[in-house]
Write a protein that binds this ligand. Structure first.
Ligand SMILES: [Zn+2]
Length: 518
């Protein structure tokens, strides 16, 4: 009898522990995310097969259709919501060869929305910018660009990133390099100012003066990385070369060896095309009119394949939705995934959604957005919502310790003024939070670069982010209370000395890349 009683007591204790920490929904989410992760096949299909997702390109549309089909295969209804239009463009082959003083194929690519060349391409000499006294002298020099490919970026004094110098250089030599580079950079900027242009306005002036093309090198301060944004020319090609090749051309031009290139940069103009958000939905059973939104922009720049910006955010939300549908198919509240278009040009997709769906935004229980790389989540801010601590900390409670131990929280925090799509929701007063990642050299190595590719994904970290996101969505959905939207009093700005105000919602660009100035 005594023995039996003891056993029963043991069982009860174990059971209590089990009940506190092991909600079957949470157990299943953790188990499936760990043992049957779909992140790698999803990542392969999205990054390797579909490729980069620049707004207005056929690849972007393909990605939207792929997501809808993928959700359908998991039994989750999803739709592409059109919200505007963009200049349609498709990247073709870029091939850049030096043909004089010797032959070498160069590493580079045309910029986004580059006006394409013919199949034969442009064959022309390379010219560098002069040092001028004033804009008059520059105007007198300008006719020299006629028929030439103009190098418009500074010659970098070193192709080694600073961390490499720090590791191997003598202190004196590292200090000397930095000082010389700073002087050179200042002199370059001052010279541009004397010309009367900025790096944004110069390409159009060179085009008007008859240049055959523009060559840039937007080095991203790491080995082999350049940032690839959009062309600012209307008819002549703009290509970006990696630092090593750009430097070689620059030095050859400087030493009077008149390097010559053949630039083939094919692309297609596709007229005006619609822009979309992909919205997936698991309908709520008790409070279907209240929403949890899993948010990650779907578009990318196209120098790489948009793996960490924002392929990984996309994968997190898709995989979390798959797990939720499988183990929590009848949520109390409606769970949406928002895969926004054209974030990169100004949060356009999410701003459009906020503007077009006031009934949803007014009833948001929580938005969880992820958009700063492949790392595990290490920061979570209350976004300026006064009572965010109460609900966020209770939702975090059942998340495995090894995940929450690494997360630094800030309450109440302040609302964002841009940066990513949660800002669109915060501006409208909806409790929206950024799941902010560990850096993994994001800013230099992958953000908007030619090296933002599948191989940079840290699948272990992304998998933990899936577990975190799915549990937060589950807990937010189950919460007996609707979240408070009360805003905290924002601090006084140290810059202006004035009290910060809550950001206002902004309208999206619903017709992009089409009008002058875009
Ligand atoms: Zn992004």
């Amino acid at each position: 009898m005594k023995k039996r009683f003891l056993l029963l007591l043991c069982f009860l204790t174990l059971h209590t522990v089990f009940a506190q920490n092991n909600d079957p929904v949470i157990d299943n989410i953790v188990k499936e995310a760990t043992e049957n992760s779909q992140l790698q096949p999803l990542g392969h299909e999205l990054m390797d097969l579909i490729g980069p997702r620049l707004v207005g390109t056929p690849q972007m549309k393909k990605a939207h259709d792929w997501a809808v089909a993928k959700y359908a295969s998991w039994g989750i209804p999803a739709r592409n919501e059109a919200y505007g239009e963009w200049r349609g463009w498709e990247r073709g082959i870029t091939h850049i060869d030096m043909i004089h003083p010797r032959v070498q194929s160069l590493r580079g690519t045309q910029l986004a929305w580059n006006p394409g060349t013919s199949k034969q391409g442009v064959t022309a000499e390379v010219i560098i910018l002069p040092t001028v006294k004033d804009s008059l002298e520059f105007v007198r020099w300008l006719p020299n660009v006629k028929g030439k490919l103009v190098l418009i970026d500074m010659l970098e004094p070193t192709g080694r990133p600073d961390y490499n110098w720090e590791e191997f250089a003598t202190e004196a030599s590292f200090a000397k390099m930095k000082e010389e580079r700073e002087q050179q950079t200042t002199a370059w900027r001052d010279n541009l100012k004397r010309m009367g242009y900025s790096s944004r306005t110069l390409p159009a002036a060179l085009e008007a003066a008859g240049a055959a093309g523009i060559v840039t090198s937007n080095w991203s301060n790491g080995f082999g990385v350049n940032k690839i944004f959009s062309a600012r020319t209307k008819k002549i090609p703009t290509v970006d070369l990696e630092l090593e090749d750009y430097g070689m051309l620059y030095r050859l031009a400087q030493s009077g060896h008149t390097p010559k290139l053949n630039v083939v940069a094919l692309s297609k103009e596709l007229g005006v095309v619609p822009t979309f958000n992909t919205i997936a939905e698991i309908k709520g059973s008790e409070k279907p009119e209240e929403y949890i939104i899993l948010s990650a922009h779907f578009d990318s720049w196209d120098g790489g394949t948009g793996a960490t910006d924002n392929g990984t955010g996309t994968l997190i939300m898709m995989e979390a939705m798959r797990l939720l549908k499988k183990y929590y198919p009848n949520p109390k509240r409606t769970i949406l995934a928002g895969h926004w278009g054209s974030e990169e040009q100004g949060l356009n997709g999410s701003r459009a959604f906020v503007e077009d769906h006031p009934e949803i935004v007014a009833n948001v229980q929580a938005v969880f957005n992820q958009d700063n790389g492949t790392g595990r989540v290490v920061r979570l801010s209350g976004g300026g919502f006064l009572h965010a601590y109460d609900y966020l900390s209770s939702w975090l409670e059942p998340v495995p310790d090894r995940i929450t131990d690494g997360i630094e929280t800030t309450f109440p925090g302040t609302p964002a003024r841009g940066g990513s799509d949660y800002a669109s929701f915060q501006a409208a007063g909806a409790p929206a939070f950024s799941l902010s990642s560990l850096n993994w050299s994001y800013w230099n190595y992958t953000w908007h670069t030619n090296r933002d590719t599948y191989d940079k994904i840290i699948f272990d970290d992304v998998r933990d982010n899936v577990i975190l996101t799915a549990i937060l969505a589950y807990m937010a959905s189950e919460d007996p209370d609707t979240t408070s939207r009360e805003k905290s009093i924002l601090p006084v700005s140290s810059r202006t000395g004035e009290q910060l105000e809550w950001p206002e919602p902004k309208s999206p660009n619903r017709r992009g890349g089409l009008d002058e100035g875009n």
